[in-house]
Design a protein around this ligand. Structure first.
Ligand code: SF4
Length: 571
Protein backbone atom coordinates (compact mmCIF):
# COMPACT_ATOMS: atom_id res chain seq x y z
CA UNK A 1 0.00 0.00 0.00
CA UNK A 2 1.40 3.42 -0.88
CA UNK A 3 1.98 6.08 1.77
CA UNK A 4 1.44 9.83 1.71
CA UNK A 5 4.44 10.82 3.77
CA UNK A 6 7.77 9.32 4.81
CA UNK A 7 9.52 10.94 7.78
CA UNK A 8 13.04 10.04 8.69
CA UNK A 9 15.38 10.23 11.65
CA UNK A 10 18.95 9.95 10.35
CA UNK A 11 22.03 8.89 12.24
CA UNK A 12 23.54 10.38 14.54
CA UNK A 13 21.76 10.34 17.87
CA UNK A 14 21.56 8.47 21.17
CA UNK A 15 19.64 5.18 21.18
CA UNK A 16 18.57 4.77 24.80
CA UNK A 17 15.01 5.62 23.69
CA UNK A 18 13.31 7.00 20.54
CA UNK A 19 13.03 10.70 19.77
CA UNK A 20 9.69 12.48 20.09
CA UNK A 21 9.48 14.53 16.90
CA UNK A 22 8.61 11.73 14.45
CA UNK A 23 5.89 10.20 16.69
CA UNK A 24 4.34 13.66 17.28
CA UNK A 25 4.26 14.39 13.53
CA UNK A 26 3.02 10.88 12.69
CA UNK A 27 0.15 11.31 15.15
CA UNK A 28 -0.80 14.71 13.67
CA UNK A 29 -0.71 13.38 10.10
CA UNK A 30 -2.53 10.12 10.90
CA UNK A 31 -5.20 12.08 12.73
CA UNK A 32 -5.94 13.85 9.43
CA UNK A 33 -6.16 10.49 7.68
CA UNK A 34 -2.76 10.47 5.98
CA UNK A 35 -0.70 7.30 5.70
CA UNK A 36 2.72 7.82 7.26
CA UNK A 37 5.87 5.76 7.34
CA UNK A 38 8.26 6.84 10.12
CA UNK A 39 11.77 5.43 9.93
CA UNK A 40 14.54 5.70 12.51
CA UNK A 41 17.65 4.87 10.46
CA UNK A 42 19.77 5.91 13.41
CA UNK A 43 18.71 3.02 15.62
CA UNK A 44 18.61 0.61 12.66
CA UNK A 45 22.23 1.39 11.71
CA UNK A 46 23.55 1.39 15.27
CA UNK A 47 21.79 -1.85 16.08
CA UNK A 48 23.57 -3.41 13.12
CA UNK A 49 26.96 -2.06 14.19
CA UNK A 50 26.45 -3.19 17.82
CA UNK A 51 26.73 -6.81 16.74
CA UNK A 52 29.55 -9.29 16.46
CA UNK A 53 29.87 -8.71 12.69
CA UNK A 54 29.53 -4.94 13.01
CA UNK A 55 32.12 -4.57 15.74
CA UNK A 56 34.56 -6.91 13.98
CA UNK A 57 34.20 -4.88 10.81
CA UNK A 58 34.68 -1.67 12.81
CA UNK A 59 37.92 -2.97 14.31
CA UNK A 60 39.41 -4.74 11.32
CA UNK A 61 38.30 -2.52 8.51
CA UNK A 62 36.57 0.79 9.21
CA UNK A 63 38.83 2.29 11.89
CA UNK A 64 42.08 1.37 10.02
CA UNK A 65 40.54 2.80 6.83
CA UNK A 66 39.63 6.05 8.58
CA UNK A 67 43.13 6.21 10.11
CA UNK A 68 44.61 6.30 6.61
CA UNK A 69 41.91 8.32 4.81
CA UNK A 70 40.41 10.67 7.35
CA UNK A 71 43.45 11.94 9.20
CA UNK A 72 43.28 15.56 8.18
CA UNK A 73 44.79 16.61 11.47
CA UNK A 74 46.64 15.27 14.48
CA UNK A 75 43.38 15.58 16.41
CA UNK A 76 41.67 13.02 14.16
CA UNK A 77 44.68 10.73 14.18
CA UNK A 78 44.82 10.75 17.98
CA UNK A 79 41.07 10.24 18.28
CA UNK A 80 41.04 7.32 15.86
CA UNK A 81 44.05 5.76 17.57
CA UNK A 82 42.24 5.94 20.93
CA UNK A 83 39.10 4.44 19.39
CA UNK A 84 41.11 1.65 17.85
CA UNK A 85 42.69 0.80 21.23
CA UNK A 86 39.32 1.01 22.98
CA UNK A 87 37.56 -1.36 20.56
CA UNK A 88 40.49 -3.81 20.71
CA UNK A 89 40.34 -3.81 24.52
CA UNK A 90 36.59 -4.39 24.38
CA UNK A 91 37.04 -7.53 22.35
CA UNK A 92 39.71 -8.82 24.72
CA UNK A 93 37.66 -8.06 27.86
CA UNK A 94 34.26 -9.22 26.65
CA UNK A 95 34.33 -10.68 23.14
CA UNK A 96 32.02 -8.99 20.65
CA UNK A 97 29.63 -11.96 20.69
CA UNK A 98 29.13 -11.45 24.45
CA UNK A 99 28.33 -7.75 23.94
CA UNK A 100 25.83 -8.65 21.26
CA UNK A 101 24.18 -11.17 23.56
CA UNK A 102 23.85 -8.58 26.35
CA UNK A 103 22.34 -6.18 23.81
CA UNK A 104 19.70 -8.79 22.91
CA UNK A 105 18.88 -9.31 26.60
CA UNK A 106 18.54 -5.56 27.18
CA UNK A 107 16.36 -5.15 24.09
CA UNK A 108 14.14 -7.95 25.42
CA UNK A 109 14.01 -6.19 28.78
CA UNK A 110 15.62 -9.11 30.62
CA UNK A 111 17.01 -6.73 33.20
CA UNK A 112 17.08 -9.23 36.06
CA UNK A 113 19.52 -11.28 33.95
CA UNK A 114 21.59 -8.23 32.96
CA UNK A 115 21.83 -6.88 36.50
CA UNK A 116 22.53 -10.24 38.16
CA UNK A 117 26.23 -10.30 37.20
CA UNK A 118 28.66 -7.42 37.25
CA UNK A 119 30.22 -8.36 33.92
CA UNK A 120 26.81 -8.25 32.20
CA UNK A 121 26.02 -4.83 33.63
CA UNK A 122 29.45 -3.53 32.61
CA UNK A 123 28.83 -4.86 29.11
CA UNK A 124 25.52 -2.95 29.10
CA UNK A 125 27.43 0.21 30.01
CA UNK A 126 29.91 -0.46 27.22
CA UNK A 127 27.06 -0.53 24.69
CA UNK A 128 26.34 3.12 25.54
CA UNK A 129 30.03 3.95 25.41
CA UNK A 130 30.49 2.38 21.96
CA UNK A 131 27.38 4.20 20.87
CA UNK A 132 29.03 7.50 21.88
CA UNK A 133 32.13 6.62 19.85
CA UNK A 134 29.90 5.84 16.86
CA UNK A 135 28.84 9.51 16.53
CA UNK A 136 32.35 10.35 15.43
CA UNK A 137 32.90 7.20 13.37
CA UNK A 138 29.62 7.42 11.44
CA UNK A 139 30.19 11.09 10.67
CA UNK A 140 33.74 10.31 9.54
CA UNK A 141 32.40 7.55 7.25
CA UNK A 142 29.93 9.98 5.71
CA UNK A 143 32.38 12.87 5.38
CA UNK A 144 35.28 10.79 4.08
CA UNK A 145 35.81 11.56 0.39
CA UNK A 146 36.97 8.05 -0.43
CA UNK A 147 34.55 5.16 -0.79
CA UNK A 148 34.37 2.97 2.32
CA UNK A 149 35.99 -0.46 2.01
CA UNK A 150 33.32 -3.03 1.25
CA UNK A 151 32.03 -4.99 4.22
CA UNK A 152 29.40 -4.99 6.90
CA UNK A 153 29.29 -1.29 7.88
CA UNK A 154 29.69 0.02 4.32
CA UNK A 155 26.79 -2.25 3.35
CA UNK A 156 24.73 -1.03 6.33
CA UNK A 157 25.24 2.63 5.41
CA UNK A 158 24.63 1.92 1.72
CA UNK A 159 21.59 -0.06 2.88
CA UNK A 160 20.05 3.13 4.30
CA UNK A 161 20.39 4.95 0.98
CA UNK A 162 19.05 2.05 -1.07
CA UNK A 163 16.25 1.28 1.41
CA UNK A 164 14.98 4.85 1.27
CA UNK A 165 15.25 4.98 -2.53
CA UNK A 166 13.31 1.73 -2.81
CA UNK A 167 10.64 2.86 -0.33
CA UNK A 168 10.16 6.07 -2.28
CA UNK A 169 9.84 4.10 -5.51
CA UNK A 170 7.35 1.66 -3.98
CA UNK A 171 5.31 4.03 -1.82
CA UNK A 172 5.36 7.23 -3.92
CA UNK A 173 4.96 9.64 -1.00
CA UNK A 174 4.21 13.26 -1.86
CA UNK A 175 6.58 14.37 0.86
CA UNK A 176 9.82 13.14 2.42
CA UNK A 177 10.66 14.80 5.75
CA UNK A 178 13.73 14.88 8.01
CA UNK A 179 13.76 16.01 11.62
CA UNK A 180 17.28 17.27 12.33
CA UNK A 181 19.39 17.93 15.41
CA UNK A 182 22.85 19.50 14.92
CA UNK A 183 24.54 16.10 15.32
CA UNK A 184 22.37 14.67 12.53
CA UNK A 185 23.13 17.46 10.06
CA UNK A 186 25.96 15.75 8.13
CA UNK A 187 24.18 12.44 7.59
CA UNK A 188 20.81 14.05 6.81
CA UNK A 189 22.31 16.29 4.14
CA UNK A 190 24.22 13.36 2.62
CA UNK A 191 21.00 11.35 2.54
CA UNK A 192 19.06 14.20 0.91
CA UNK A 193 21.75 14.68 -1.76
CA UNK A 194 21.69 10.98 -2.53
CA UNK A 195 17.89 10.75 -2.69
CA UNK A 196 17.13 13.94 -4.62
CA UNK A 197 17.93 12.66 -8.14
CA UNK A 198 15.49 9.75 -7.68
CA UNK A 199 12.65 11.67 -6.07
CA UNK A 200 10.26 14.25 -7.57
CA UNK A 201 8.20 14.94 -4.45
CA UNK A 202 8.89 17.61 -1.84
CA UNK A 203 11.84 17.20 0.51
CA UNK A 204 11.33 19.08 3.76
CA UNK A 205 13.44 19.47 6.90
CA UNK A 206 12.53 20.61 10.40
CA UNK A 207 13.58 20.18 14.02
CA UNK A 208 15.85 22.26 16.28
CA UNK A 209 18.81 22.59 13.88
CA UNK A 210 16.71 23.49 10.85
CA UNK A 211 14.74 25.93 13.03
CA UNK A 212 17.97 27.66 14.02
CA UNK A 213 19.46 27.72 10.51
CA UNK A 214 16.63 27.79 7.93
CA UNK A 215 18.38 30.04 5.41
CA UNK A 216 21.63 28.12 5.75
CA UNK A 217 19.89 24.82 4.99
CA UNK A 218 18.21 26.34 1.93
CA UNK A 219 21.49 27.83 0.75
CA UNK A 220 23.67 24.77 1.33
CA UNK A 221 21.34 22.09 0.04
CA UNK A 222 19.45 22.79 -3.18
CA UNK A 223 17.69 19.44 -2.79
CA UNK A 224 15.63 20.83 0.10
CA UNK A 225 12.32 22.38 -0.97
CA UNK A 226 10.99 23.57 2.38
CA UNK A 227 12.33 24.20 5.88
CA UNK A 228 9.90 24.11 8.79
CA UNK A 229 10.66 26.51 11.62
CA UNK A 230 9.50 25.64 15.14
CA UNK A 231 6.55 23.35 15.76
CA UNK A 232 5.11 21.75 12.65
CA UNK A 233 2.35 19.39 13.77
CA UNK A 234 -0.24 21.87 12.45
CA UNK A 235 1.56 23.15 9.37
CA UNK A 236 2.88 19.80 8.08
CA UNK A 237 -0.63 18.28 7.60
CA UNK A 238 -1.66 21.57 5.90
CA UNK A 239 1.26 21.19 3.49
CA UNK A 240 0.38 17.56 2.73
CA UNK A 241 -3.21 18.63 2.12
CA UNK A 242 -2.00 21.22 -0.40
CA UNK A 243 0.40 18.81 -2.09
CA UNK A 244 -2.41 16.33 -2.62
CA UNK A 245 -4.69 18.97 -4.14
CA UNK A 246 -4.95 19.71 -7.87
CA UNK A 247 -3.45 23.15 -7.51
CA UNK A 248 -1.12 23.21 -4.48
CA UNK A 249 -0.53 26.61 -2.86
CA UNK A 250 2.03 26.72 -0.15
CA UNK A 251 2.45 30.44 0.26
CA UNK A 252 -0.12 30.59 3.08
CA UNK A 253 1.39 27.84 5.23
CA UNK A 254 2.84 29.33 8.41
CA UNK A 255 6.37 28.76 9.70
CA UNK A 256 8.09 27.69 6.50
CA UNK A 257 10.96 28.77 4.26
CA UNK A 258 10.34 27.73 0.66
CA UNK A 259 11.67 28.26 -2.84
CA UNK A 260 9.63 30.21 -5.36
CA UNK A 261 9.66 29.10 -9.02
CA UNK A 262 12.27 31.80 -9.63
CA UNK A 263 14.51 30.09 -7.06
CA UNK A 264 14.20 32.95 -4.55
CA UNK A 265 13.68 31.85 -0.94
CA UNK A 266 10.61 33.19 0.86
CA UNK A 267 9.48 32.69 4.40
CA UNK A 268 6.14 32.72 6.18
CA UNK A 269 5.98 33.68 9.83
CA UNK A 270 5.30 30.98 12.43
CA UNK A 271 2.00 30.97 14.31
CA UNK A 272 1.64 29.61 17.84
CA UNK A 273 0.00 26.19 17.74
CA UNK A 274 -2.77 24.85 19.93
CA UNK A 275 -0.84 22.31 22.03
CA UNK A 276 -4.09 20.86 23.37
CA UNK A 277 -4.86 18.57 20.49
CA UNK A 278 -6.31 15.16 21.27
CA UNK A 279 -3.80 12.79 19.71
CA UNK A 280 -0.93 11.30 21.72
CA UNK A 281 2.52 10.69 20.18
CA UNK A 282 2.28 7.67 17.90
CA UNK A 283 5.33 5.37 17.93
CA UNK A 284 3.83 2.73 15.64
CA UNK A 285 6.26 1.69 12.96
CA UNK A 286 9.38 2.47 14.98
CA UNK A 287 11.49 -0.55 15.98
CA UNK A 288 10.94 -0.06 19.73
CA UNK A 289 12.72 -3.33 20.55
CA UNK A 290 16.00 -1.97 19.22
CA UNK A 291 16.52 0.85 21.76
CA UNK A 292 18.67 0.25 24.82
CA UNK A 293 16.03 1.11 27.43
CA UNK A 294 12.23 0.68 27.34
CA UNK A 295 11.61 4.38 28.09
CA UNK A 296 9.51 6.78 26.03
CA UNK A 297 9.62 10.58 25.82
CA UNK A 298 6.67 12.89 26.39
CA UNK A 299 6.21 16.66 26.70
CA UNK A 300 3.95 18.44 29.15
CA UNK A 301 5.13 21.93 28.30
CA UNK A 302 7.21 23.52 25.57
CA UNK A 303 9.67 26.32 25.99
CA UNK A 304 10.74 27.51 29.42
CA UNK A 305 8.47 29.32 31.87
CA UNK A 306 11.49 31.22 33.22
CA UNK A 307 13.22 32.18 29.94
CA UNK A 308 15.55 34.61 31.67
CA UNK A 309 18.94 32.92 32.11
CA UNK A 310 21.03 35.16 29.94
CA UNK A 311 23.31 32.47 28.49
CA UNK A 312 20.45 30.25 27.33
CA UNK A 313 19.07 29.78 23.83
CA UNK A 314 17.61 26.40 24.59
CA UNK A 315 13.99 27.36 25.00
CA UNK A 316 13.57 29.43 21.84
CA UNK A 317 12.93 26.42 19.54
CA UNK A 318 9.28 26.76 20.54
CA UNK A 319 8.88 30.52 20.39
CA UNK A 320 6.70 30.98 23.42
CA UNK A 321 6.10 28.90 26.55
CA UNK A 322 2.96 26.76 26.40
CA UNK A 323 1.52 23.91 28.44
CA UNK A 324 -0.58 20.92 27.59
CA UNK A 325 -3.80 20.39 29.43
CA UNK A 326 -3.13 17.91 32.26
CA UNK A 327 -6.11 15.68 31.39
CA UNK A 328 -4.61 15.29 27.92
CA UNK A 329 -1.19 14.51 29.42
CA UNK A 330 -2.74 11.83 31.63
CA UNK A 331 -4.47 10.45 28.57
CA UNK A 332 -1.11 10.44 26.73
CA UNK A 333 0.53 8.51 29.57
CA UNK A 334 -2.32 6.00 29.69
CA UNK A 335 -2.16 5.52 25.92
CA UNK A 336 1.59 5.01 25.89
CA UNK A 337 1.52 2.64 28.89
CA UNK A 338 -1.17 0.51 27.31
CA UNK A 339 0.11 0.60 23.70
CA UNK A 340 3.80 0.11 24.34
CA UNK A 341 3.84 -1.63 27.75
CA UNK A 342 6.30 0.72 29.41
CA UNK A 343 6.33 2.49 32.77
CA UNK A 344 9.43 4.65 32.12
CA UNK A 345 9.05 8.19 30.88
CA UNK A 346 11.32 11.06 30.08
CA UNK A 347 9.35 14.29 30.36
CA UNK A 348 11.56 16.21 27.98
CA UNK A 349 10.28 19.69 28.94
CA UNK A 350 12.96 22.37 29.23
CA UNK A 351 11.84 22.93 32.78
CA UNK A 352 8.67 21.98 34.71
CA UNK A 353 7.14 24.84 36.69
CA UNK A 354 5.94 24.17 40.25
CA UNK A 355 2.33 24.94 39.33
CA UNK A 356 2.50 22.45 36.47
CA UNK A 357 4.26 19.89 38.69
CA UNK A 358 1.40 20.22 41.22
CA UNK A 359 -1.26 19.51 38.61
CA UNK A 360 0.73 16.70 37.02
CA UNK A 361 1.57 14.88 40.24
CA UNK A 362 -1.95 15.20 41.68
CA UNK A 363 -3.40 13.76 38.48
CA UNK A 364 -0.89 10.89 38.28
CA UNK A 365 -1.64 9.98 41.90
CA UNK A 366 -5.39 10.40 41.44
CA UNK A 367 -5.31 8.13 38.36
CA UNK A 368 -3.11 5.60 40.17
CA UNK A 369 -0.59 5.53 37.33
CA UNK A 370 2.32 3.30 38.26
CA UNK A 371 5.05 5.01 36.27
CA UNK A 372 8.66 6.13 36.84
CA UNK A 373 9.97 9.33 35.32
CA UNK A 374 12.79 11.79 34.94
CA UNK A 375 12.46 15.51 34.31
CA UNK A 376 13.98 18.98 34.68
CA UNK A 377 13.31 21.51 37.43
CA UNK A 378 14.69 24.82 38.67
CA UNK A 379 15.88 25.27 42.22
CA UNK A 380 12.74 27.22 43.10
CA UNK A 381 12.24 28.06 46.78
CA UNK A 382 8.79 26.48 46.54
CA UNK A 383 10.27 23.05 45.83
CA UNK A 384 9.55 22.08 49.43
CA UNK A 385 9.18 18.75 51.25
CA UNK A 386 5.45 18.46 50.45
CA UNK A 387 6.02 18.95 46.75
CA UNK A 388 8.97 16.60 46.70
CA UNK A 389 6.84 13.98 48.49
CA UNK A 390 4.13 14.39 45.89
CA UNK A 391 6.59 14.17 42.98
CA UNK A 392 8.03 10.98 44.48
CA UNK A 393 4.59 9.46 45.06
CA UNK A 394 3.76 10.25 41.43
CA UNK A 395 6.77 8.20 40.26
CA UNK A 396 9.35 11.01 39.81
CA UNK A 397 12.77 9.49 40.61
CA UNK A 398 15.47 11.40 38.74
CA UNK A 399 15.47 15.19 38.90
CA UNK A 400 17.85 17.13 36.70
CA UNK A 401 18.50 20.70 37.80
CA UNK A 402 20.58 23.41 36.14
CA UNK A 403 22.49 25.17 38.91
CA UNK A 404 25.49 26.16 36.75
CA UNK A 405 27.45 27.74 39.64
CA UNK A 406 27.36 27.70 43.45
CA UNK A 407 28.40 31.35 43.69
CA UNK A 408 25.58 33.81 44.41
CA UNK A 409 27.46 36.48 42.50
CA UNK A 410 27.83 34.36 39.38
CA UNK A 411 24.19 33.25 39.57
CA UNK A 412 23.20 36.91 39.72
CA UNK A 413 25.32 37.65 36.64
CA UNK A 414 23.52 34.82 34.83
CA UNK A 415 20.12 36.08 35.98
CA UNK A 416 19.35 32.59 37.35
CA UNK A 417 17.55 34.08 40.36
CA UNK A 418 18.29 30.97 42.39
CA UNK A 419 19.40 31.14 46.01
CA UNK A 420 22.17 28.91 47.30
CA UNK A 421 20.50 28.47 50.71
CA UNK A 422 17.29 27.22 49.02
CA UNK A 423 19.41 24.99 46.78
CA UNK A 424 21.13 23.41 49.78
CA UNK A 425 17.80 22.78 51.48
CA UNK A 426 16.25 21.24 48.35
CA UNK A 427 19.25 18.93 47.88
CA UNK A 428 18.97 17.78 51.53
CA UNK A 429 15.21 17.15 51.31
CA UNK A 430 15.25 15.51 47.89
CA UNK A 431 18.18 13.20 48.60
CA UNK A 432 16.57 12.11 51.89
CA UNK A 433 13.35 11.37 50.02
CA UNK A 434 15.19 9.02 47.67
CA UNK A 435 15.52 11.10 44.50
CA UNK A 436 18.55 10.83 42.30
CA UNK A 437 19.66 14.42 41.67
CA UNK A 438 21.75 15.46 38.70
CA UNK A 439 23.13 18.99 38.80
CA UNK A 440 24.18 20.70 35.60
CA UNK A 441 27.11 23.03 36.10
CA UNK A 442 29.79 24.68 33.99
CA UNK A 443 32.79 26.88 34.65
CA UNK A 444 34.28 30.01 33.15
CA UNK A 445 31.22 32.26 33.03
CA UNK A 446 32.45 35.81 32.33
CA UNK A 447 32.88 37.41 35.74
CA UNK A 448 33.58 34.16 37.62
CA UNK A 449 36.90 34.42 39.46
CA UNK A 450 39.06 31.65 40.89
CA UNK A 451 37.53 31.89 44.36
CA UNK A 452 34.03 31.53 42.95
CA UNK A 453 35.12 28.53 40.91
CA UNK A 454 36.60 27.00 44.10
CA UNK A 455 33.29 27.66 45.86
CA UNK A 456 31.42 25.78 43.10
CA UNK A 457 33.86 22.86 43.13
CA UNK A 458 33.68 22.55 46.94
CA UNK A 459 29.89 22.72 46.89
CA UNK A 460 29.62 20.02 44.23
CA UNK A 461 32.35 17.74 45.53
CA UNK A 462 31.02 17.80 49.11
CA UNK A 463 27.55 16.75 48.03
CA UNK A 464 28.83 14.09 45.67
CA UNK A 465 30.94 12.56 48.45
CA UNK A 466 27.95 12.71 50.82
CA UNK A 467 25.92 10.86 48.14
CA UNK A 468 23.37 13.66 48.01
CA UNK A 469 23.85 14.32 44.30
CA UNK A 470 24.94 12.02 41.50
CA UNK A 471 28.61 12.04 40.56
CA UNK A 472 29.26 13.08 36.97
CA UNK A 473 31.26 15.72 35.15
CA UNK A 474 29.32 18.60 33.60
CA UNK A 475 31.46 21.06 35.57
CA UNK A 476 34.43 20.29 33.33
CA UNK A 477 32.59 22.00 30.46
CA UNK A 478 33.67 25.57 29.89
CA UNK A 479 30.94 28.14 29.39
CA UNK A 480 29.93 28.58 25.75
CA UNK A 481 28.98 31.97 24.36
CA UNK A 482 26.06 31.07 22.13
CA UNK A 483 24.80 33.28 19.32
CA UNK A 484 21.28 34.48 20.10
CA UNK A 485 21.73 34.56 23.88
CA UNK A 486 21.49 37.81 25.82
CA UNK A 487 25.10 37.62 26.96
CA UNK A 488 26.30 37.09 23.38
CA UNK A 489 24.52 40.27 22.32
CA UNK A 490 25.84 42.29 25.25
CA UNK A 491 29.40 41.10 24.52
CA UNK A 492 28.94 41.97 20.86
CA UNK A 493 27.81 45.45 21.84
CA UNK A 494 30.89 45.77 24.08
CA UNK A 495 28.69 46.02 27.17
CA UNK A 496 30.05 43.08 29.19
CA UNK A 497 32.79 44.43 31.41
CA UNK A 498 34.25 40.95 32.05
CA UNK A 499 34.83 40.14 28.38
CA UNK A 500 37.96 41.83 27.11
CA UNK A 501 37.72 40.66 23.54
CA UNK A 502 35.18 38.73 21.53
CA UNK A 503 35.12 36.96 18.16
CA UNK A 504 31.72 36.29 16.69
CA UNK A 505 30.73 32.80 15.62
CA UNK A 506 31.91 32.01 12.11
CA UNK A 507 31.04 29.50 9.36
CA UNK A 508 27.63 28.76 7.87
CA UNK A 509 26.38 26.91 10.94
CA UNK A 510 28.61 28.70 13.47
CA UNK A 511 26.94 29.29 16.80
CA UNK A 512 29.76 29.65 19.32
CA UNK A 513 31.51 32.98 19.83
CA UNK A 514 35.01 33.08 21.34
CA UNK A 515 36.03 35.46 24.08
CA UNK A 516 38.84 36.44 26.38
CA UNK A 517 38.03 37.29 30.00
CA UNK A 518 40.00 38.05 33.15
CA UNK A 519 39.97 34.49 34.41
CA UNK A 520 43.32 32.79 34.94
CA UNK A 521 43.12 29.86 32.51
CA UNK A 522 46.09 27.93 33.92
CA UNK A 523 44.71 27.94 37.44
CA UNK A 524 41.20 27.15 36.21
CA UNK A 525 42.36 24.12 34.23
CA UNK A 526 44.38 22.90 37.23
CA UNK A 527 41.36 23.15 39.57
CA UNK A 528 38.99 21.49 37.13
CA UNK A 529 41.45 18.67 36.42
CA UNK A 530 41.91 18.03 40.15
CA UNK A 531 38.15 17.93 40.61
CA UNK A 532 37.68 15.50 37.73
CA UNK A 533 40.49 13.22 38.97
CA UNK A 534 39.06 13.21 42.53
CA UNK A 535 35.56 12.40 41.36
CA UNK A 536 36.77 9.72 38.94
CA UNK A 537 38.71 8.05 41.77
CA UNK A 538 35.69 8.25 44.04
CA UNK A 539 33.43 6.75 41.37
CA UNK A 540 35.90 3.90 40.83
CA UNK A 541 36.09 3.16 44.55
CA UNK A 542 32.35 3.37 45.07
CA UNK A 543 31.63 1.59 41.79
CA UNK A 544 29.48 4.41 40.46
CA UNK A 545 29.08 4.20 36.70
CA UNK A 546 29.23 7.27 34.50
CA UNK A 547 26.19 8.95 33.00
CA UNK A 548 26.04 11.22 29.96
CA UNK A 549 23.81 12.10 27.01
CA UNK A 550 23.92 8.53 25.69
CA UNK A 551 22.32 6.88 28.71
CA UNK A 552 20.00 9.52 30.16
CA UNK A 553 17.32 6.96 31.10
CA UNK A 554 19.63 4.26 32.44
CA UNK A 555 19.61 5.51 36.05
CA UNK A 556 15.85 5.16 36.16
CA UNK A 557 16.04 1.54 35.00
CA UNK A 558 18.86 0.77 37.44
CA UNK A 559 16.97 2.31 40.38
CA UNK A 560 14.01 0.12 39.60
CA UNK A 561 15.69 -3.20 38.86
CA UNK A 562 19.14 -3.47 40.28
CA UNK A 563 20.07 -5.19 43.48
CA UNK A 564 22.05 -2.42 45.18
CA UNK A 565 24.49 -4.92 46.66
CA UNK A 566 25.58 -6.20 43.26
CA UNK A 567 28.04 -4.45 40.97
CA UNK A 568 27.91 -0.83 39.92
CA UNK A 569 25.66 1.93 41.26
CA UNK A 570 24.18 5.23 40.14
CA UNK A 571 25.01 6.98 43.44
S1 SF4 B 1 18.73 27.58 31.52
FE1 SF4 B 1 16.87 26.40 31.92
S2 SF4 B 1 15.71 27.68 33.38
FE2 SF4 B 1 17.22 29.00 32.40
S3 SF4 B 1 16.15 29.91 30.68
FE3 SF4 B 1 17.25 28.10 29.90
S4 SF4 B 1 15.75 26.46 29.98
FE4 SF4 B 1 14.99 28.12 31.28
Amino acid sequence: MSVDVIIVNSPNKNIDYPGLSLPVLSAALREKGYRVLQIDYNVILRDQILSQHGLNNLLECIVPFLCSEYCESEFHLLRLGQLNDYIKRLNISYRFSYLENVKFKVQNQEFEWVFSKEKRFRAYLELFKINRALHYIIDACILSHTELPSGFIADSIEGIFSDLISKIATDSPCLLGFSILDIQRGFSLALINKIRPSYDGKIVVGGPDATRFPEEYMKLCKGIDIVFVGESEESLPCLVNELKSANPKINAIPGIYYRKKSGAVRNNKSRPIDFNYNQSPDFHGLPLKKYLTPALPLQISRGCYWEKCNFCIHYDTYGTYHKRNIELVINDIKNLVSEYKTKYFHFTDDCISLALADKLTESIIHNKLDIRWLSYFRFEKGLNKNRLDRIYSAGGRVLELGLESASEKVLELMNKKVSISATKRIIEDASKRGFLLKLFMFHGYPGENINELKETIEFTQKRILEKKIRAFFPLRNRFELLRGSDIYESCRAGKNKYVKKMWESSGLFGIRGQYVSDINDTETIKLINEFVINIKKYMETEKIYNTDDENVMLDLIVMEHKNPKKGWHCI
